[in-house]
Design a binder for this molecule. Structure first.
Ligand code: ADP
Ligand code: MG
Length: 245
């Protein structure tokens, strides 16, 4: 792990209308770190990570991604979106495009990569997520776990510096959760910088180097997994852990 800061959120506040959804959020993600963000439903986890690539706009505080400050400048937003891959609970694949076409779309249209090169790169990532044989199928012909692995491969095709995951296994049947988690574990082993919202505490224990706990729009507690699970400091963390473990 290096000292290079990949994502920095400093005193970030956000309101939805009158509702103060993010209260002074401070998160630092260094290159190679794997951070799990957890907390009860509605605590602001999705909003937090969606602010990082401007799917949501924050009102005060600073967000800096790989050295680029997130401002209203569209150039900066574009630069940041290139550095940040995102995987959602619902895979958000294009249903009318094949798996391979889904993976090549952004490299060809955003990066202006020649189609043949984009396809080669996509096939490499589809091999890495262990579904190269599904390349010519449509998303609807794949299982949920396979679709999520396509979504991960598709993100990787843009060669991101940071990957954000928002409950990537929550919509999956139990037997498919493991194959997606295994893909994420391999990504972590390859050194990817990851910020993951997940309720998979086994993943948090084995893969995360830090766990951040949110409640009511605030970061309540942050620790290495061993301390977080064995010695939670706040009552809210203790309550949360007693409910999910
Ligand atoms: P989490 O991902 O931790 O479940 P979210 O970040 O999705 O939480 O939501 C945090 C809070 O903000 C919730 O109370 C939710 O109802 C509210 N919220 C989320 N999106 C919007 C929106 N677009 N407009 C208004 N309120 C929202
Ligand atoms: Mg959420």
């Amino acid at each position: 792990m290096s000292d290079e800061v990949m994502v920095e959120m400093r005193s970030v506040n956000k309101w939805y209308g009158e509702f103060h959804v993010l209260k002074d959020i401070n998160i630092t993600v260094r290159r190679g770190e794997r951070i799990v963000l957890c907390g009860p439903s509605g605590s602001g986890k999705s909003t937090t990570i969606r602010c990082i690539n401007r799917l949501e706009e924050h009102q005060t505080g600073d967000i800096i991604v790989a050295g680029t400050p997130l401002t209203n400048d569209l150039k900066n937003i574009e630069v940041i979106r290139r550095e940040v891959g995102m995987v959602f609970q619902h895979f958000n694949l294009f249903p009318h495009l094949t798996v391979l076409e889904n993976c090549c779309l952004a490299p060809v249209w955003v990066r202006k990569m020649p189609k043949k090169e984009a396809e080669e790169i996509a096939m490499n990532y589809l091999k890495r997520v262990k579904i190269p044989d599904q390349a010519l199928k449509y998303p609807g012909q794949l299982s949920g776990g396979q679709q999520q692995r396509v979504a991960i491969a598709r993100s990787l095709c843009m060669n991101p510096e940071v990957m954000l995951f928002d409950e990537p296994t929550s919509a999956l049947d139990p037997e498919m959760i493991k194959e997606v988690l295994d893909t994420m574990i391999e990504l972590a082993e390859d050194g990817m910088t990851m910020l993951c919202v997940t309720h998979e505490m086994g993943f948090a224990k084995t893969v995360a180097n830090r766990v951040v706990f949110m409640d009511g729009g605030q970061i309540i507690e942050e620790n290495c997994p061993h301390e977080f699970f064995n010695n939670p400091q706040s009552e809210r963390t203790q309550l949360f852990l007693s409910q999910i473990l």
